[in-house]
Every structure is written in structure tokens, then in C-alpha cells.
Design a protein around this ligand. Structure first.
Ligand SMILES: NC(=O)c1ccc[n+]([C@@H]2O[C@H](COP(=O)([O-])OP(=O)(O)OC[C@H]3O[C@@H](n4cnc5c(N)ncnc54)[C@H](OP(=O)(O)O)[C@@H]3O)[C@@H](O)[C@H]2O)c1
Length: 242
């Protein structure tokens, strides 16, 4: 079931990813017009077939150097944007000191430069008083031996987003860095990795809808946390355990 159209238009970058899919579904159910962006037409077709309503599917790479001009010419404007892209890379043996240069370059290229280019492409498309939500992992906030480069590129984006939010505050555009806990995604479930206490992509879509509307406590605060679905969105990081 989808709610009646609410008149808002929201773009989801990374729509074919695990978070993107759930977010598209929740945003549609809330009555938004949804523009789903991904790099692969077949994956976008498959996504559209699983969703509860029609989306406008756009095959494009928001992280390409040429993306800003392409989107400005074709995409129109939006009340909200959700950016849920990224590559986890892979785990390394040893310590941070042992990570090969090439792996560092590649992760910075995809996650930091790519994340920045996505912002460069999509922020100018947001209407005055609209919102841009970029998802980050808790690895942005804590030591993360499991995947140090994911942690460091997440932390870099966290910093860029906080600075951008300050720089754009006078324009009325709200920039959010949404730090997430573990998410139940189709890919993880297909690999037998699942936990009913984790978030769903739909949880993230519902909260994105609230952020776009501005129907949240402290709407001017950039950093937000959605870590545990039983706790819901928070303005402070969860207290470390142990
Ligand atoms: N899942 C979690 O538990 C979790 C928790 C916290 C944070 N996050 C972060 O949230 C983001 C999305 O997570 P997810 O679980 O939805 O991941 P996912 O299922 O792997 O989806 C990742 C998306 O990123 C896009 N992407 C990957 N590499 C790209 C590149 N080089 N250039 C442009 N787009 C690229 C893919 O788009 P295409 O379809 O176009 O290939 C895909 O839609 C990631 O940054 C992840 O680190 C995830």
C-alpha cells in the first residue's frame, strides 16, 4: 500500500543497493515521487519490479566526474536526496601499517572522492529548504580493525558533510550525515547473514522522509544516529559497551 501523493520528489542514489531498495520502498509508501538512480539498467529494472509503486529509474553514475553537468541538464529538482553508495573494499591482515598504498588509493577514490562527487552532483538539485541525507557507518566514529579503510573513508565523509552543512546553512539546504548500525539487506540475507534486531532499509527510508519534511527534533543538527531499530533515531551516538 502506498499513501496518496504528498507532492514531494525524492532522489535515491544507490537505489539498487540494499539500503537504497528499502529506502525507495518506504519513500514510495509515504507518498513521495521517487527517482531511483543506479549504474546498471538491469538491476534497476529488477528493483522496479519489487517495489510497491512506480519509480522513475535513472541509469547514471553520480560519482562520475561528468555527473554534475549531466544531472543538472536532465534531472529536475528535488525536495530530498538520499545518498546510499559505497564500496566496503575488503579486510586486511596485520595492522593499519600493513595496508597497501593501492588499496588506500582505491578506497579513497570510490568512497571519499565518489561521495564528494555525489554531493557536488546532487546538492545543487535540492530545492530551498530541502534536505540531503548521506548514510555512513558507525565505523566513522570508532576504531574499526575489521576494515580500517572503510572506517577512515566514512570518517572523512563525516567531516566533509559537517563542514558542508555549515557552509550551506545560510541557503536553507539541510545536509545530514546519518550514522547507521547494521542493516538487513537482500544481499546479506541471500548470503545467510541476517539478524532481526538490525535495521532495515525501510527504517532508513522512513527516517529520510521525516528528515526531508523536517519533522524531527533539532532539524538543523547535521549528525544523526540510527543504530538500533528498538531505540530509533537519536541525536547522540550510542554509548560504547564494554
Ligand atoms: N548495510 C549496512 O549494514 C551499512 C551500515 C552502515 C553504513 N552502510 C553504508 O551504506 C552504503 C550503502 O550500503 P548498502 O548495504 O546498501 O550497500 P550495497 O548493497 O553494496 O549498495 C551499494 C551501492 O553503492 C553503489 N556503488 C558501489 N560502488 C560504487 C562506485 N564505485 N561508484 C558509484 N556507486 C557505487 C552501488 O550502485 P550500483 O547499483 O550503481 O552498482 C550500490 O547501489 C555503503 O556506503 C555502506 O558502507 C551500510
Amino acid at each position: 500500500m502506498t499513501a496518496p501523493a504528498n507532492g514531494r520528489r525524492v532522489l535515491v542514489a544507490g537505489a539498487t543497493g540494499g539500503i537504497g531498495e528499502g529506502a525507495c520502498r518506504a519513500l514510495l509508501r509515504a507518498g513521495n515521487e521517487v527517482v531511483a538512480v543506479g549504474r546498471d539498467a538491469a538491476r534497476l529494472d529488477a528493483l522496479a519490479a519489487r517495489l510497491p509503486g512506480p519509480v522513475e529509474a535513472v541509469v547514471a553514475d553520480v560519482t562520475a566526474a561528468s555527473a554534475a553537468a549531466w544531472f543538472t541538464a536532465r534531472a529536475g529538482t528535488f525536495d530530498g536526496v538520499l545518498i546510499a553508495i559505497g564500496d566496503p573494499g575488503h579486510a586486511h591482515g596485520g595492522t593499519v601499517l600493513d595496508i597497501p598504498d593501492e588499496d588506500v588509493r582505491q578506497m579513497i577514490e570510490v568512497n571519499e572522492l565518489g561521495g564528494l562527487r555525489a554531493l557536488r552532483t546532487l546538492v545543487p538539485l535540492v530545492r530551498p529548504a530541502g534536505a540531503v541525507v548521506t548514510v555512513l557507518g558507525m565505523s566513522a566514529e570508532i576504531p574499526f580493525p575489521q576494515n580500517p579503510l572503510m572506517g577512515s573513508t566514512n570518517a572523512a565523509m563525516r567531516s566533509l558533510l559537517r563542514t558542508l552543512a555549515e557552509q550551506l546553512r545560510p541557503t536553507g539546504t539541510r545536509i545530514y550525515a546519518l550514522v547507521l548500525g547494521m542493516v538487513r539487506t537482500r544481499a546479506r540475507q541471500a548470503a545467510g547473514i541476517d539478524n532481526p534486531s538490525w535495521l532495515t532499509g525501510d527504517d532508513i527510508g522512513r527516517y529520510t522522509d521525516d528528515l526531508v519534511v523536517g519533522d524531527v527534533p533539532a532539524p538543523a543538527q547535521t549528525l544523526r544516529y540510527l543504530v538500533d531499530p528498538r531505540v530509533g533515531p537519536r541525536l547522540e551516538p550510542p554509548r560504547p559497551t564494554g
